[in-house]
Design a protein around this ligand. Structure first.
Ligand code: F6P
Length: 347
């Protein structure tokens, strides 16, 4: 059996661990042969491939990023139709001409959304959930999240000491487009005073009052804000006009907005640290390596069983299979009862 593998969307620590587990298990248990598709869905759309054998995956377990490359190419976008064929049809044709019997697609809601469309068009696809945002509904955790949280937590620990020395407020802007899981977990683990998440638009006046109140206790406050969080007075997150092929805007800047308002309303100095892609780079934590490896092993077993149109998922401690369509149906947002447990100001 010839199996294609691709990684799509934003990269994430643990992708290489999945690729390694897929290839090694497929070769050892099922005598499979692999073909790597470069840069997410661009690979099968353009027939751009690379060698993916046991030698190619040697030594990649601790490496961040993805040896296959990634992109936000969306074959379902009208711009990817050509010669009277949709992008999905072009992908299906290329897979057939390359003799690919099955495809393992590793990605988040967008990549898996395309995998679902390909499956509905007759493609033999198995999905593996990936996102540092941890916002895929069907799985308790995605790999990459734990690494991102640990990086953000360490940054918050470091910012506490310098904030206290200078009697400043420090705003830490973390990733999280629709869901505030990284902000919530890193903020709780790092002992932040304020956590602002996309699920709960905040009142700028209340945030500033709370920051001022913390200063009165001679305490330099730390505010953690997810990039997708926004004040109640504004309907959408702060960002630029750029959109990717899936229609997502590029967010960023809410930290600066907060710092300016805090300085203006409290008269105290406020500085911003934007963690950005530091959260996505570098080596995965042990938790993410183990989860990614378990996902990879179980994904290739699903391929061997012919369980197409399924995604592997973590439910409690078990890896299970869930229909792809169900996996992408709903984002997993931070529920209100989790705010209460955080014991910080939420805006
Ligand atoms: O989807 C994961 C994510 O980390 C989001 O939190 C963020 O908005 C996005 O990726 C940014 O990705 P990039 O800068 O690669 O477009």
């Amino acid at each position: 059996m010839r199996v294609g593998v691709l990684t799509g969307g934003g990269d994430c620590p643990g992708l290489n661990a999945v690729i390694r587990a897929v290839v090694r298990t497929g070769v050892a248990e099922h005598d499979m042969e692999f073909i790597g598709f470069k840069d997410g869905w661009r690979g099968p759309l353009e027939g751009d491939t690379m060698v993916l054998d046991v030698a190619a995956v040697r030594g990649i377990l601790p490496r961040g990023g993805t040896i296959l490359g990634t992109s936000r190419t969306n074959p379902a976008a009208p711009s990817n139709s050509a010669g009277g064929k949709s992008g999905i049809e072009r992908v299906a044709e290329n897979l057939e001409s390359l003799g690919v019997d099955a495809l393992v697609a590793i990605g988040g809601e967008d990549t898996l959304g395309v995998a679902t469309k390909l499956y509905q068009a007759g493609g033999k696809v198995v999905g593996v959930p990936k996102t540092i945002d941890n916002d895929l509904g069907a799985t308790d955790y995605t790999f990459g999240f734990d690494t991102a949280v640990n990086i953000a937590m360490e940054a918050i620990d470091r910012l506490h000491t310098t904030a206290e020395s200078h009697h400043r407020a420090l705003i830490v802007e973390v990733m999280g487009r629709n869901a505030g899981w990284i902000a919530l977990h890193a903020g709780m683990a790092g002992g932040a005073n304020v956590i602002l998440i996309p699920e709960r638009p905040f009142d700028m006046g209340q945030v500033c009052d709370y920051v001022e109140h913390r200063f009165k206790d001679r305490y330099a406050p730390i505010v953690v804000v997810a990039e997708g969080a926004h004040p109640k007075a504004v309907d959408e997150a702060v960002g630029g006009p750029q959109q990717d092929e899936f229609g997502h805007s590029r967010f960023g800047g809410v930290g600066q907005l907060l710092a300016a308002e805090i300085e203006h309303r409290t008269g105290k100095e406020a500085r911003v640290a934007v963690l950005g892609h530091i959260q996505r780079g570098g080596t995965p934590t042990a938790f993410d390596r183990v989860l990614a490896t378990r996902f990879g092993v179980q994904a290739i077993r699903a391929v061997a069983d012919g369980a197409f149109g399924q995604m592997v998922a973590l439910r409690a401690t078990q890896i299970v299979r869930v229909p792809l369509a169900e996996a992408i149906a709903e984002l997993k947002l931070v529920p209100p009862d989790r705010y209460a447990e955080a014991e910080v100001f939420f805006g």
